[in-house]
Design a protein around this ligand. Structure first.
Ligand SMILES: Cc1cc2nc3c(=O)[nH]c(=O)nc-3n(C[C@H](O)[C@H](O)[C@H](O)COP(=O)(O)O)c2cc1C
Length: 214
């Protein structure tokens, strides 16, 4: 769908998900992430960039597993994560829009939990490439987890936390030969409705990931 069509539908509140491709499984237990591989950090930084041309080819489950662990997985005893959060509130939830459905990443169980049995990729942004790239991540802040943070600071702290996660995805993508782009040009109400979010939950950013177009 073109950006113009999406903008017009967005104004009317009519930007809707597509039917899911195939049967969505209620939970997807991810295989263990590969924590040994990858480029040395300085080489990954040298390759980090935003790309907006993706193949439709799906990401294999082991790649999705490592990507989500790099993004915001549990990386130590006690439940610490790969990205920081103010007073360790861990307020960002990573939603995973796949052709077969939309999932919440449960980092502790390293499992995807189905939240919507439709293909939400189209509504994760106004740019046309989001429709067919194999994966769109959505970063959502749960303000209920930030009760210890002064109200006026909550959005900026959550945005900083989401930025850390996004950069982890950029570095994993650079290391694994994937393309990615973080996106703020999104219809937050359409996404919130499709994901069934509560009033405490705020859609911050989306990020597309896939194999680069040759
Ligand atoms: C907060 C934020 C929002 C962004 N929103 C979008 C967006 O909606 N669409 C897009 O294509 N790129 C978006 N970008 C990516 C920037 O355009 C990109 O990072 C910038 O052009 C620099 O390019 P580089 O990432 O390759 O260094 C965003 C970046 C940030 C940090």
């Amino acid at each position: 769908m073109s950006t113009l069509t999406k903008l017009a539908l967005g104004v009317m509140g009519q930007l809707r998900p597509r039917p899911a491709k195939g049967d969505a499984r209620a939970t997807i237990k991810l295989p263990a992430p590969d924590k040994r591989g990858g480029l040395p950090l300085m080489q990954a930084l040298a390759r980090r960039r935003s790309s907006r041309e993706f193949q439709a080819k799906p990401l294999p489950l082991p790649v999705l597993s490592s990507l989500l662990w790099a993004a915001f997985g549990v990386n130590r005893r006690g439940g610490g994560r790969t990205a920081p959060s103010a007073i360790n509130a861990q307020e960002i939830d990573v939603y995973v829009a796949l052709p077969g459905g939309a999932y919440l990443y449960d980092a502790k169980a390293h499992t995807l939990r189905l939240v919507a049995s439709s293909d939400l990729r189209r509504i994760t942004g106004y740019q046309d490439f989001v429709d067919d790239a194999p994966l769109d991540l959505v970063y959502v802040a749960d303000h209920a987890r930030m009760r210890m943070v002064p109200v006026r600071q909550r959005e900026s702290y959550a945005s900083a936390a989401a930025g850390g996660i996004a950069q982890n995805v950029y570095l994993y993508a650079a290391s694994a030969g994937l393309a990615t782009v973080i996106r703020a040009w999104i219809d937050r109400s359409a996404i919130a409705n499709a994901l069934g979010l509560t009033h405490d939950q705020q859609v911050l950013l989306s990020q597309t990931v896939g194999y680069p177009k040759a």
